[in-house]
Ligand binder design. Sequence first.
Ligand SMILES: [Zn+2]
Length: 198
Amino acid sequence: MASQEIEALSAVLSRLPGLGPRSARRAVLWLVKRRETALPQLLDALAAVRDTLVECDICGNIDTQNPCGICADPRRDQRQICVVEDVSDLWALDRARLFTGRYHVLGGRLSALEGVRPEDLAIGSLIERVRAGGIDEIVLAMNATLEGQTTAHYIAERLEDLPVRITQLAHGLPVGGELDYLDEGTLAQALRARRPLG
Ligand SMILES: [Zn+2]
């Protein structure tokens, strides 16, 4: 029987994306065996994340500053906003270094199955950003999944009456593909070939 402490840590770790109970327990054992070396490093890294990272009030990005480095960068095109589901998608797109505008993180995608409604996502704040003016183009960079596309169409509808061009990532996105997993070349191609959402 494992101790209560190990069970407790395993239970927390097993909730991480990609880790099940089995791999969580293996990770815990790995850490316990290295509690003099790797464990302190992990604790320090976790504390640094807790103490220094904040969510950007404008776009929802996670950074050490608020507004985030992207929103605060005067060289970025203020007239374009690229809308993504999650922060990981923002980072994936920004690694591709093709988009020079700013971002907006929804914090998920509409899902009837998981009970995610429009008010659960940062859609209202996106509309406010567009309403505030000075935005020419909204690039919808949802994942090429059914839920991602449903979300894209919902947002396009909500923005319909506002004076802004709405485009969407195009070719190169495999059906069912998640942005986060794509290589940078494919992402860059999808962004270059973006088209009006019709
Ligand atoms: Zn930001």
